[in-house]
Design a protein around this ligand. Structure first.
Ligand SMILES: [Ca+2]
Ligand SMILES: [Ca+2]
Ligand SMILES: [Ca+2]
Length: 894
């Protein structure tokens, strides 16, 4: 048994990411299968399993998480059906016994990944213990809190050192940390704004001289909002002051070195934070005591700094994952307070000035507030720029969390300012920080402007990016789908994808240790405009721009959405109903994603970054990337599109017109190897025909055949299943409808094909022949004919012929059976009673075939005036013998 705690996921972001993503996509079938078979194979009583696992339904759990080549199955209990619950405040169990059916390489790599894991197995039984949160990591002993309120005069020279004042050395530190522009630094009572990973100086003045042989001074930094500050989570840092020449300093933690003892009672310290420190505001305390005092004995003093220290990301520090090498780039993307954001259309790119103002008053405080007080971002996650920017993309919009800006695209901006009102982020963030309520209103460029400001304020290199003809793919299909009916009319209800004239999002610069190896560092797209939910919240990214260019859409986060924005194909479908295959009728591959624009470094000019996101339109590479992306995409539209447009093996399922009852029919699947990849493919599959009820429900299987074909390079094969009348006769149901299905799987590419179609078994029509012109009151000789479609004789057949204004219906029995393929024929004489358009209707029934009908329209001429009403209305049936049909004696309806 292995027990992992929440903080495992904090320390191993790869795992958390993989697991969370799978949960976001819903469980895959194989995960469910794995879980079920685990339970079944081991005969775990269902009841126990349910108690242990929570409800064993699809919502509850079992997910395969992976880290590079290693995989493991995580089984946990989720009290609520929500996945996040599991990671936020529940627990996760991992059972080594899963290795029997999982790719779990060895325990060594497990141990390496999970240093706190404790494997054990109880008597071969697979026991799971429910373990809630791990014990709180122990906090290092602190001196009792005694305020340093003793005046220096009273202090004995031999007493505990007492801090009298603290010198932030603002100017010097702001210069080395590139933070001199912050309003916080420039104010009359300045605060220290630092970038992590760099050394800074602190001056301390004591009541007496510092004696390194006698005095102990320890700096204690506490992340301001940490609910339970702890050393192990990095939310409480202890920095004992070490002599400058100390060689046993820990190399990976914060350090405080004695820099100089310039004055009698003062010392200067050089403190270095780690490049992985938590970003935000910190409280500094200074603990002092005498070395001779034993632990817990003697007097200690604590001095608390009045103002917080702000710790930022550090693009100047090579060890920080937001490191940016080029100084000009840092000036532009971190320090530049102004910029351009493009709007307009792809015919008219319109640059608009935007004041980011990341150093203005309240902006950094607001950014820290957004990290700490809005929505959920754990303290530990605040050290990770990947999590921080994902969080920013969520909190800059108001849904879910009462974040900064309310989006409004209605043209009615009552109760707020129209999005075009704003010329920068400062007023928005100041208003938000003052009232802690969402500001009205924003659209994409406003959301993006605010995100740039918040990121730059926190030290994350960031820029606003505009994409023209930007797609909004609502299905994660990577296609902008338009549906038309068979008349060519657009189906508005289905047409929910859209293309925006322009859309603005952000790029942030950082490494992606959660995705590497593979080259995913550099610019990452994030998008705060609330468009689609990502794992249950309106947020988007960070999504590696290099991954998008290579079509690797499964790389965290929201690859399909970003890919579609810049390079979806526009696809036009013919939609013929829910159960019918979609037919691709047209596509446009170059329309989406044009002139992707951002402000140039060091100049008020446009830089085109379209080729950062995709290869040139019309190039071979651009199509290859689309193919790669579509193949990773599970969406049904993508699969249809793949086969129609990309797959080397193509399928065509021949749709059947209605067939005449009695006839055999073929179900035909054509498989073609396009030969692009110059190889053979093995295609396995099945075809089946079912009868269908009037309600569309499948009833009986008529026939099913499996196939297994090798299709050589460039070859084409037809797979045919023949269904005879004998096979379907007995299964004919109401309306005589059938459904046919073809399923195929290409072994080499993993492509799955599925198509189905409905068709009807139609009965033949009764045909009519007339002798002479129909005239009112005159006898009309009508012959009705029916060709026997069945491969068997029709017994006890009869026709019923009638028509409006043509007198009583007549029933005409056939004296003999009708042989296969011969024609049953009856003739009768009708006398139209009135003139005008009339219908002659005939019905045919027999033992073998019934409910057959036909009709014929005649135009009855008015009779000459003189003869009107001279004859009685009457129907006469002529006795006749023809084509095996004997005369009919009776002319009454039975
Ligand atoms: Ca939000
Ligand atoms: Ca779509
Ligand atoms: Ca394209």
């Amino acid at each position: 048994m292995l027990i992992l705690s929440e903080d495992f996921f904090e320390r191993h972001p790869n795992f958390a990411h993989a697991a969370k993503t799978d949960s976001g996509c819903g469980l895959r079938d194989r995960d469910i299968d794995a879980k079920d078979s685990f339970v079944n194979e081991r005969n775990i009583p269902r009841e126990t399993a349910e108690r242990r696992f929570g409800a064993l339904d699809c919502d509850s759990l079992a997910v395969i998480a992976s880290s590079n080549e290693r995989q493991l199955l995580i089984v946990g209990t989720v009290i609520a059906a929500a996945w996040r619950k599991m990671f936020d405040d529940s627990f996760v169990l991992i059972d080594l016994s899963f290795q029997s059916f999982l790719v779990w390489r060895n325990e060594a790599s497990l141990a390496e990944l999970v240093p706190r894991a404790r494997p054990s197995r109880l008597d071969g039984k697979y026991e799971f213990a429910l373990v809630t949160k791990p014990e709180e990591p122990s906090v290092l002993p602190r001196p009792p809190s005694v305020e340093s309120d003793i005046s220096p005069d009273k202090q004995n020279e031999d007493g505990v050192l007492s801090v009298q004042s603290l010198d932030w050395r603002i100017e010097e530190n702001a210069s080395t940390h590139h933070t001199g522009d912050y309003d916080l630094v420039q104010s009359e009572t300045p605060s220290l704004v630092l970038r992590r990973g760099f050394a800074f100086k602190l001056g301390l003045t004591f009541n007496r001289g510092f004696n390194k042989d006698k005095d102990v001074v320890c700096l204690v930094f506490t992340a301001k909002d940490a609910p339970n500050p702890s050393y192990s989570q990095g939310t409480m840092i202890f920095c004992p002051v070490m002599p400058e020449d100390n060689s046993v300093l820990p190399s990976d933690g914060w350090q405080a070195k004695l820099f100089s003892e310039s004055e009698e009672k003062s010392i200067v310290l050089e403190v270095t934070s780690t490049p992985t420190a938590i970003v935000g505001d910190w409280i500094l305390e200074v603990d002092t005591k005498l070395k001779t005092d034993k632990e817990g004995q003697g007097k200690s003093l604590r001095y608390t700094a009045k103002r917080p220290i702000y710790m930022l990301f550090n693009p100047w520090c090579k060890q920080d994952t937001v490191y940016m090498a080029d100084d000009e780039h840092r000036k532009e993307y971190v320090l530049n307070e102004g910029g351009l954001i493009w709007r307009g259309t792809n015919n008219r790119l319109r640059p608009c000035v935007w004041n980011y103002g990341q150093f203005e008053s309240d902006i950094l405080e607001c950014a820290c507030y957004l990290l700490g007080h809005i929505s959920k971002l754990s303290m530990v996650a605040r050290a990770d720029p990947v999590k921080v920017v994902r969080h920013i993309s969520a909190v800059v919009n108001s849904p879910d969390d009462n974040g900064v800006l309310v989006g409004n695209w209605s043209n009615d901006y009552g109760g707020g300012k129209p999005p075009t009102h704003w010329g920068g982020s400062v007023a928005i963030l100041q208003q938000y920080y003052q009232h802690k309520k969402p500001v009205k209103y924003g659209q994409c460029w406003v959301f993006s402007g605010v995100v740039t400001t918040v990121c730059r304020a926190l030290g994350i290199p960031s820029r606003s990016v505009t994409n023209f003809a930007s797609a909004h793919d609502t299905h994660n299909s990577l296609t902008i789908d338009y549906f038309y009916d068979e008349e060519g009319e657009p189906l508005e209800k289905l047409n929910i994808d859209s293309v925006w004239n322009f859309h603005v999002w952000n790029e942030v610069w950082m490494e992606r240790p959660d995705l590497e190896p593979g080259g995913y560092s550099g610019w990452q797209a994030i998008d705060a405009t609330p468009q689609e939910e990502s794992d249950g919240q309106y947020r988007c990214g960070p999504c590696s721009v290099s991954a998008i260019k290579r079509g690797e859409i499964q790389k965290m986060y929201d690859g399909p959405f970003v890919f579609a924005e810049v390079n979806a194909d526009k696809v036009y479908w013919r939609f013929r109903g829910k159960n019918q295959p979609l037919k691709l009728i047209n596509r446009k591959t170059e329309a989406i994603g044009q002139f992707i624009s951002t402000k140039a470094v060091g100049a008020y000019e446009r830089e085109d970054i379209t080729n950062e996101y995709k290869y040139t339109e019309n190039s071979k590479e651009e199509r290859e990337v689309m193919l790669r992306a579509l193949r990773q995409c599970g969406n049904a539209f993508s699969r249809y599109y793949l086969n129609d447009e990309f797959e080397d093996v193509q399928f065509d399922f021949q749709l059947l017109d209605d067939i005449i009852i009695g006839k055999a029919f073929n179900v035909k699947l054509t498989i073609r190897n396009r030969g692009v990849e110059k190889k053979s493919y093995t295609v396995k599959g099945a075809m089946a025909v079912h009868t269908v009820l009037y309600t569309g429900q499948l009833k009986n299987q008529v026939k099913k055949e499996r196939f297994n074909e090798v299709i050589k390079e460039g070859a084409e094969k037809e797979v045919i299943m023949n269904v005879t009348f004998d096979e379907y006769e007995k299964l004919l149901v109401d309306q005589a409808a059938f459904n046919m299905i073809a399923m195929a799987h290409v072994e080499e590419t993993g492509f799955d094909y599925f198509a189905q179609d409905d068709f009807r078994v139609r009965k033949p029509d009764i045909k009519f022949e007339l002798e002479g012109e129909p005239v009112q009151g005159e006898e009309l000789k009508v012959t009705a004919k029916l060709s026997n479609p069945l491969p068997k004789a029709l017994r006890k057949g009869y026709f019923i012929i009638e028509g409006s204004g043509l007198g009583q219906a007549v029933k005409l029995r056939l004296p003999n059976d009708v042989a296969p393929e011969s024609v049953a024929q009856v003739t009768c004489k009708l006398v139209p009673k009135s003139s005008g358009e009339k219908n002659i209707v005939a019905k045919f029934s027999s033992r073998e075939l019934d409910d057959v009908d036909g009709y014929h329209v005649i135009n009855v001429k008015a009779k000459p005036e003189a003869e009107e009403n001279s004859k009685p209305s009457e129907t006469v049936v002529e006795k006749e013998k023809e084509n095996g049909v004997e005369k009919v004696e009776n002319n009454t309806i039975e």
